[in-house]
Structures are given as structure tokens and as C-alpha cells.
Design a protein around this ligand. Structure first.
Ligand SMILES: Nc1nc2c(ncn2[C@@H]2O[C@H](COP(=O)(O)OP(=O)(O)OP(=O)(O)O)[C@@H](O)[C@H]2O)c(=O)[nH]1
Ligand SMILES: [Mg+2]
Length: 264
């Protein structure tokens, strides 16, 4: 079995080494236990935005394939990574030591065992007080709430609060899932977009609680700027969805001919 881990990085020299080492140890251990019958061959792609602090060199030294992506943005980096991923399954996390890299193999096992298409880590259910700033928490709360309001009608049968953590960047999914998605964001909004797309396109989706640690190195996200950008993105995405639905409804569907005898 082949899988790809994609990590976007922008000046993450403090965290990338630790992240890769933790992941590698967990993947090797999982191949000796959980995946003994069919070990997972991991491809590691670090999509680097021209870091100037040696991130790419550290990642290369630790066996990752580094892809230089000079175009700005978290979403852009992921889309470039997904285009180059060759595994049947794709996993993602940040290069800053916040996400539990050791849980990636376990997430993959959960995806396979429960026949899901897309799993995302939920950081908020068991969030430790120091792991996230107050601004980030408020931003997350507002975005989750707005997604519930805007997209409730697109997701028939969904509960009022459709996502616990719309901003998590810890995902494991089947690479085939990408074929049905329309990923448009180049920025941080890709995080909510990929989850919305997974749900709207009818993929088997689940949020699974994870632990989340304080980040190593300086944040690249600005709570207010990126939060506002994410909100305007949601409005645009909702508008696009309405247009898509209108166009789909315009395709004429032939009426079934009513035959009194029924089918021959
Ligand atoms: N290639 C690339 N990577 C980026 C870019 N912006 C952010 N990243 C990386 O994407 C990941 C997520 O960015 P973070 O700054 O950690 O954002 P966040 O996780 O929402 O915020 P924190 O809670 O502060 O960690 C990190 O590994 C960043 O280094 C970019 O423009 N290009
Ligand atoms: Mg981060």
C-alpha cells in the first residue's frame, strides 16, 4: 500500500525536523504492528514556499522530497502537493509540531477499517488551554458558526452545527476523493473548503478528536486578516454553490412515459 504525507512549510526550521522524526518513528512502528500484513510505503512531500531559514535543507536531510512552490499561500501549497502525490491515500499536517504526527498511521487505519473517504482531526473537543490563542479560538468559533448558517441547506440532513473544527489541517483521505472536489482557495480558506467539498460531494466524512500542541516557531497566520479573508471566501463559495445548483436544475430531465400496462 502506498500513501503520501504532504506538509506545507514556510520558515518552519524549528518544527519540521521534530515533525518528520515523529512521523517516521510512528510509521515504522505501525508497519511492524498495525500494518504488518500490508506495510505502508510512505512518500513524504514538503511543499516549501522558499523558506530562508533552512527548512528545505532539514526536510531533505530527513528523507522528504521537497517541492519548491514560490506562489504564496497555504492552499496553493497543498494543491501543488496534491498534484504531485502518488500514494493511494493522502495525509496532511503542519510543519510546526502542533498536530500529532504519530497519529497519522492510526488515522489511515481508521479510514480503511470504517471505509471512510475523508477524515479530519478535530482539535477543539479536547483543546488544552495554551495550545491556541484566544484570537484563534474566537475566529474558529465564528467560522464554524457561519459555515453552519451558510451551508446547512447544501448538506441535507446535516445537524445545525455541521463541523466542530472547520480550520483543522490534519486530514487523511483517499486520493480519488480529490477528483470530485472543486478546490479554489489558495489561502488558509482551503482548510474549510476541502471539508465542505468532501461533505457536499457526498464523500464518507468523519471528524475525529485529536490533541493539538503549542506551535514551534513563528505563526504565519494572522487571526484577523486570515479570519476576515475566510469569511469573505465563505460568502463567495456559497454563491458559487447556488449558481452550480441553478445550472444543474436547468438541465431538462425527460418525463417518464406513463404506460397503463407498466413495463413490458
Ligand atoms: N508553502 C507554504 N507554506 C505555508 C504558507 N503559509 C503557511 N504555510 C505553512 O502552512 C502550515 C500552516 O500554517 P500556520 O502558520 O501553522 O497556520 P495555523 O496552523 O493556522 O496557525 P498556528 O496555530 O499559528 O500554527 C505551516 O506549516 C506553515 O509553515 C505559504 O504561503 N506557503
Ligand atoms: Mg500551524
Amino acid at each position: 500500500m502506498r500513501a503520501t504525507l504532504v506538509i506545507p512549510t514556510l520558515n518552519e526550521a524549528e518544527g519540521i525536523g521534530r515533525t518528520l522524526a515523529t512521523f517516521r518513528a510512528a510509521a515504522e512502528e505501525a508497519n511492524r504492528s498495525l500494518f504488518l500484513k500490508s506495510p505502508v510505503e510512505w512518500e513524504i512531500l514538503v511543499v516549501d514556499g522558499a523558506s530562508t531559514d533552512g527548512t528545505a535543507e532539514i526536510a531533505t536531510r530527513l528523507g522528504a522530497k521537497v517541492i519548491l512552490e514560490k506562489r504564496k499561500g497555504y492552499g496553493r501549497a497543498y494543491k501543488t502537493g496534491f498534484e504531485q502525490a502518488t500514494g493511494d491515500y493522502v495525509a496532511t499536517l503542519d510543519g510546526d509540531g502542533t498536530y500529532p504526527a504519530e497519529m497519522v498511521p492510526w488515522f489511515l487505519l481508521h479510514l480503511l477499517h470504517h471505509q471512510k473517504d475523508f477524515l479530519t482531526g478535530d482539535r477543539l473537543t479536547y483543546l488544552a488551554p495554551k495550545s491556541m490563542t484566544t484570537e484563534h479560538r474566537i475566529g474558529n468559533f465564528m467560522l464554524n458558526f457561519l459555515i453552519g448558517v451558510f451551508f446547512h441547506s447544501c448538506l441535507q440532513g446535516a445537524p445545525a452545527r455541521i463541523l466542530v473544527d472547520s480550520q483543522s489541517g490534519f486530514w487523511v483521505f483517499r486520493r480519488t476523493a480529490l477528483a470530485s472536489m472543486r478546490l479554489t482557495s489558495d489561502g488558509m480558506a482551503l482548510s474549510e473548503e476541502i471539508k465542505l467539498e468532501a461533505m457536499i460531494r457526498g464523500l464518507k466524512f468523519e471528524e475525529v478528536p485529536i490533541h493539538y500542541a503549542e506551535r514551534w516557531g513563528r505563526p504565519k497566520l494572522s487571526s484577523w486578516r486570515d479570519g476576515l479573508h475566510n469569511m469573505t471566501f465563505l460568502v463567495r463559495k456559497r454563491f458559487q454553490m447556488s449558481q452550480e445548483n441553478r445550472l444543474a436544475r436547468r438541465v431538462p430531465v425527460a418525463k417518464a412515459s406513463s404506460s397503463p400496462q407498466g413495463p413490458a
